[in-house]
Design a protein around this ligand. Structure first.
Ligand code: PLP
Length: 359
């Protein structure tokens, strides 16, 4: 076996310890005589897995009592519709567009009502975050939407906008559990797990009680109502049992490591290694304004398409995988999620320095 350093933006690297536990429990979970994949979602064993996963997530994020935790399916893109269907009661919502994912969310919301783009960084290909302090919320809007970490463009919103009392809805898919957050600042904080938390197939939605109602848009299907899942503790229908189980293992791993504060410290250390190198490099350059750089997704370029391609090909051979940038930004992108060991970032920086010497 030879595991590589996987810099993929998602599905992404998982902690080796978690994979080993899953391997050890593959044929028989506990004393159940079967794999988690084969269990009824109504069984005692699975109920315990779900309950423990939620309990540990609540501990990790310090989630207040008046917030529900939902384990849903349909990926991040389903939330782009579920959010307006459930929250756009007056058919108007404010969107802050800082990259590909908030742009997609805004486009989807237009199916359901008026979308006000109250700030955007499209003018410079989403390479920065607009000044959040000058953002003005529309009086009649139902909520304010952000994607707090833009996975493709590599920006993070560090100062939340003042929503004037309206619920703030945040997509944190690619920074989930990467640093401490104050859940109270959000009406809905949600993420697809395949970036930083687990295997593709689960979307975790943390939503304030008062936003869960039957007062949704007409024609909203049962499965698309938050209330359906909240009333049934995410067991209205068969949930993605095995994927929830792996998320639960990741939560345990993170708790053992010291929680979000400990991982944040490590994440800052990893990101600094790469950014400091980029800032001193002759041939590689970061694409994002320094103040808005993501700790999780680091896009960079050489300025030459040929050189970028050469670098990506050589990196692949050296066991530094999935380093090619998204087509809309070009160049390279290194995703440094929680499970990426610091050794991986050191190996990348060493490789870049060596490449630089040779070019
Ligand atoms: C990957 C991603 C999504 C989309 O997730 P899918 O599960 O592929 O639908 C949405 N938002 C962000 C920030 C992402 O990184």
């Amino acid at each position: 076996m030879s595991r590589v350093f996987n810099f993929s933006a998602g599905p992404a690297v998982l902690p080796e310890e978690v994979l080993r536990t899953a391997q050890a429990e593959m044929l028989e979970y506990g004393k159940s005589g079967m794999s988690v994949m084969e269990m009824s979602h109504r069984s005692k064993d699975f109920e315990e897995i779900l309950f423990t996963a939620e309990k540990n997530l609540r501990t990790l994020m310090n989630i207040p009592e008046n917030y529900k935790v939902l384990f849903l399916q349909g990926g991040g893109c389903t939330q782009f519709a579920m959010i307006p269907m459930n929250l756009m009661r007056h058919k108007s919502a404010d969107y802050i567009v800082t990259g590909q994912w908030s742009k997609k969310a805004a486009q989807e919301a237009k199916i359901f009502g008026q979308v006000n783009i109250i700030a955007s960084s499209e003018d410079r290909n989403y390479s920065y975050v607009p000044d959040m302090e000058s953002v003005k919320v529309t009086p009649e809007s139902d909520y304010v939407y952000i994607c707090q970490n833009e996975t493709v463009h590599g920006t993070t919103i560090r100062t939340l906008p003042d929503t004037n009392g309206k619920p703030l809805v945040a997509d944190v898919s690619s920074m989930f559990l990467s640093e401490p957050v104050d859940v109270k600042n959000y009406g809905v904080i949600w993420g697809g797990v395949q970036k930083n938390v687990g295997p593709a197939g689960v979307t975790i939605v943390i939503i304030r009680d008062d936003l869960i109602t039957d007062d949704v848009l007409p024609f909203t299907p049962t499965m698309m109502k938050y209330k359906t899942h909240a009333d049934n503790n995410s067991l209205y229908n068969t949930p993605p049992c095995y994927n929830i189980y792996v998320c639960g293992l990741v939560f345990k791993w993170l708790l053992k490591l010291g929680g979000t504060e400990a991982i944040h410290k490590l994440n800052k250390e990893k990101a600094s290694l790469l950014y400091d190198y980029l800032d001193g490099s002759r041939i590689f350059h970061g694409t994002v304004d320094k103040k808005d750089r993501s700790l999780m997704n680091v896009p960079f370029v050489t300025g030459s398409k040929e050189l970028d391609a050469e670098f990506v090909a050589e990196a692949e051979k050296a066991g530094l995988r999935n380093i090619k940038g998204h087509r809309s930004v070009g160049g390279m992108r290194a995703s440094l999620y929680n499970a990426m060991p610091i050794e991986g970032v050191k190996a990348l920086v060493d490789f870049m320095a060596d490449f630089e010497r040779r070019h």
